[in-house]
Design a protein around this ligand. Sequence first.
Ligand code: THU
Length: 132
Amino acid sequence: MTEIDLKAKARDAMANAYSPYSRFKVGAAILTEAGNVFTGCNVENISYGLSICAERNAIVHAVAVEGPGMKLKEIVVTNHNENGDSGACSPCGACRQFMIEFSSPSTQVTYPGESGDVVTTVKKLLPESFRF
Ligand code: THU
């Protein structure tokens, strides 16, 4: 599964986003170390705090299928607004902490930046992360 394929999967998932409040659709596709691909989209709620991001949606899907030993190899995020324009959108802090739980130092993350995709690692997105 190439990064391009993962991006296409993320786009497919984005189409199912439930985002009537922000009108901002996000899709995520993750590749696990076991070689499986899981996708997710953002799902909002009128009680805003109950909304869940696309990345966390995909990750919980992966754990539900692979079990507690699931390890993330790569995460790709894509998005667009109500006009269909993609915008810079890095993963939120909650998603970064959620990712690192199942990541290795090399787990790659790709997301839309100001001028094209940003390719980085979970570790770089969340240095000095909470661990005990
Ligand atoms: N959101 C994502 O799903 N992924 C991101 O990377 C950033 C923001 C969504 C957009 C909106 O639905 C909000 O976060 C709900 O938690």
